[in-house]
Design a protein around this ligand. Structure first.
Ligand SMILES: NC(=O)c1ccc[n+]([C@@H]2O[C@H](COP(=O)([O-])OP(=O)(O)OC[C@H]3O[C@@H](n4cnc5c(N)ncnc54)[C@H](O)[C@@H]3O)[C@@H](O)[C@H]2O)c1
Length: 334
């Protein structure tokens, strides 16, 4: 029988708590411990009967661990990922890889020098709709991509919770940008982004960004990102891709997670795609993603997420942020 992969969870917040359950339930993984600076997260360690530490240093002094699953806030990815690499642990690192291309390259280099595996948590790489669209693109059926529009719009509650700690480009848009680069398969050369900031000004954040991205091969991309939808939006999320090629087009739409439950006083569209809980377990893209990390790490197989592409997505994020700040188009890669 195969050895289990012993994974320590670093950061047991909103998404980390979901990771903890997936790892604890996985037949080929063991949740080794939880590391979090917030003592309130001891509750999660107790739930799974594992130790709780405040730092990775304390963790590695006390536990045998094969891999670190890093779910800490975006600005800490650079330090936490490098700590794990230097401790010779394989790394699953939630998106975005880092806040800057320079930091992202340092993480990639640290993994390489320490000879550990690195997989970035681009969960939509395990979303069957986005994967099917990619297969249609890569088969050549749609011809050469001429234009691509991506949307990820969420409720204001998310902007309120994060309260200016992170831009919606790192929290939301990076998912779509990473796929956009993959679909188009050409270097992004220019970004022109504009925004509105009305309802979310109280939460130190923008409402909506529209950005136009130009690619080296002449293709054009458009990104719509928003976290100002009313909190009673039934699914909490509106996401889409509209792609036009020289031989065909494709449309991917998610406004209700394919399920609408209408009650006397409200409409519910629960998540059944990303990390739904049913039959006592987490399912969906996130479970697929962690399952892939566990199996590919144990089996020494390549990961489906390309780190260079995750880094290139941060280049576009940085360009859009700069463009929003200056009000001018930004030449990328300079
Ligand atoms: N894949 C997805 O769809 C998805 C969804 C949500 C969040 N995320 C990503 O996951 C990461 C975490 O987001 P979140 O919303 O769960 O954040 P969160 O704020 O809810 O949780 C972060 C946790 O990390 C802890 N922490 C902070 N600094 C730490 C450190 N140095 N060492 C140990 N623990 C530390 C905090 O106490 C907190 O419990 C972010 O990178 C975010 O972009 C991805």
């Amino acid at each position: 029988m195969m050895e289990k992969l012993r994974i320590a969870l670093i950061g047991a917040g909103v998404i980390g708590e979901v990771h903890a359950k997936i790892i604890a339930d996985h037949p080929l993984a063991a949740l080794a411990a939880i590391v979090d600076i917030d003592p309130k997260t001891k509750r999660i360690a107790e739930l799974y009967g594992v130790a709780h530490y405040r730092t990775q240093e304390e963790l590695y002094q006390n536990e045998a661990v094969d891999a670190a699953d890093i779910c800490t806030p975006e600005e800490t990815h650079i330090t936490e990922a490098i700590k794990a690499a230097n401790a010779k642990k394989h790394i699953f690192l939630e998106k975005p890889i880092a806040k800057t291309v320079a930091d992202a390259k340092s993480i990639q280099e640290a993994a390489k020098i320490n000879n550990v595996r690195l997989m970035i948590g681009h969960v939509l790489k395990f979303d069957p709709r986005y994967v099917a669209l990619n297969e249609a693109v890569k088969s050549g059926q749609l011809g050469e991509i001429s234009s691509i529009f991506v949307r990820r719009n969420c409720t204001q509650s998310m902007a309120k919770r994060l309260n200016g700690k992170v831009s919606f480009l790192y929290y939301l848009a990076v998912h779509d940008i990473e796929w956009m680069l993959d679909y188009v398969g050409s270097c992004p050369v220019k970004a022109y982004a504009q925004y509105s900031a009305k309802g979310n000004a109280a939460y130190h954040e923008k409402d909506t960004m529209f950005a136009v991205i130009n690619f080296e091969n002449g293709a054009i991309g458009c990104i719509e990102t928003c976290w100002a939808l009313p909190d009673n939006t039934p699914s909490g999320l509106m996401s889409a891709v509209n792609l036009v090629g020289t031989l065909g087009s494709a449309a991917l739409e998610n406004t209700n997670h394919c399920l609408t439950i209408t009650l006397q006083d409200k409409i519910l569209c629960p998540d059944i795609l990303h990390w739904p809980l049913y039959n006592g377990a987490i399912h969906g893209d996130l479970r697929e993603e962690l399952n892939h990390f566990i199996l590919a790490t144990l089996g020494g197989k390549p990961y489906l997420v390309n780190t260079d592409n995750a880094i290139a997505a941060i280049g576009v994020v940085e360009g859009c942020l700069q463009s929003m700040e200056t009000g001018h188009p930004v030449i990328l890669g300079q």
